[in-house]
Ligand binder design. Structure first.
Ligand code: GDP
Length: 334
């Protein structure tokens, strides 16, 4: 069934007036994989004016069970109590397999999602991971235009989704559990490559001392990786969503990071670098999607793959054949 959408001008006007149903419709357009909807979505995005004061864009990453949703619920409520309007979005790689997102799910943040000052929307669940990230980034821009001045983007702290989220936020928060060598492992795996802030979660009850110890260890480990001249030294905090401890300290850290970045120009430089990233990421991602959908490619792909598997053709010959079917003659472009 085709839903009718108001003209882009009208949608933009209502959206910027804070109309929630207009926001919902614009988000639906952005999430859609249909060409017509995508074109309309781009018209809407292009017409939006930048908020007078840029919103807080904060990424929150961590393995399942680390306490992301509990923190977002507590932090989100803390922020709405202080007059902020908070949108929660997610880049959830598992949404592509299951067709639904477990992150930014309303049932995981029941109190926050009931507040009129908050908006919780799960990850898009079709396309490629790159496409999901791109749409989440566009959803973030829509939420900001609808008056949400804080956008929290949740993701699991592994692989491509982490890079994607780091590339759409101003401040990237990595959550970690105390113990089990998680902190040292994090550094090894390069998980901390993107972190602007690190927080050890569940620092309450029996776990409080262990969390403090983990934070101390992590601080000293991090100081080895950070040059003394670095403009920003990544703070390592401890917090408890359940005991509501460390929440305002965490937000202070986010604000300090933003203030410093706005003073020394890193904030703007980062946003501009991100726009460049999204330009090329979008080109590459859409090329891939177009390639996968191309009828001639689809017609010959099974045969080409079988030939490469059996050794009749080399991988390069197979790739040449597929690219030629797509309309790219490698000999002509190289
Ligand atoms: P997520 O998978 O990263 O979103 O993690 P959840 O927020 O769902 O939390 C996973 C589990 O840890 C749940 O059983 C929570 O009740 C528990 N948990 C989350 N935050 C805290 C906390 O601050 N203290 C304690 N003790 N448990 C917590």
């Amino acid at each position: 069934m085709t839903r009718r959408f108001p003209p882009p001008d009208e949608l933009v006007r209502k959206l910027e007036g804070g109309d929630r149903s207009a926001l919902g419709r614009a988000l639906t357009l952005v999430e859609s994989t249909r060409g017509l909807h995508r074109a309309l979505a781009q018209e809407v995005l292009q017409r939006l004016s930048e908020p007078a004061e840029p919103a807080f864009r904060v990424g929150i990453s961590g393995v399942p069970g680390v306490g992301k949703s509990s923190l977002i619920e507590t932090l989100g409520l803390h922020l709405v109590e202080r007059g902020h309007r908070v949108a929660v979005l997610a880049v959830d790689p598992s949404s592509l397999r299951t067709g639904g997102s477990i992150l930014a799910d309303k049932t995981r943040m029941p109190h926050l999602s009931r507040r009129s000052e908050a908006f919780v929307r799960p990850s898009p669940s079709s396309g490629t991971l790159g496409g999901v990230a791109r749409r989440t980034r566009e959803m973030m821009v829509l939420c900001e235009s609808a008056g949400f001045d804080v956008v929290l983007v949740e993701t699991v702290g592994v692989g491509q989704s982490e890079t994607d989220v780091a590339m759409m936020v101003d401040t990237y928060l990595v959550l970690m559990l105390a113990g089990a060598g998680d902190e040292v492992q994090g550094i090894k795996k390069g998980i901390l490559e993107w972190a602007d802030l690190v927080a050890i979660t569940k620092a309450d009850g029996d776990n409080a001392v262990r969390a403090q110890r983990a934070a101390t260890d992590l601080r000293s480990a991090l100081s080895i990786f950070t040059p003394a001249s670095a403009a920003w030294r990544v703070p390592v905090l401890t917090l408890s969503a359940h005991a509501q401890q460390g929440i305002s300290e965490l937000w202070d850290g986010v604000r300090r990071h933003r203030l410093q970045g706005r003073k020394n120009g890193r904030f703007e430089a980062r946003r501009s670098h991100q726009r460049e990233h999204w330009l090329w990421a979008t080109v590459h991602d859409q090329l891939r999607e177009a390639f996968d959908r191309h009828p001639e490619v689809r017609r010959i792909r099974a045969r080409v793959q079988a030939e490469v598997l059996s050794g009749t053709s080399t991988p390069q010959q197979g790739a040449d054949a597929l690219l030629q079917a797509f309309g790219i003659d490698l000999a002509a472009v190289s």
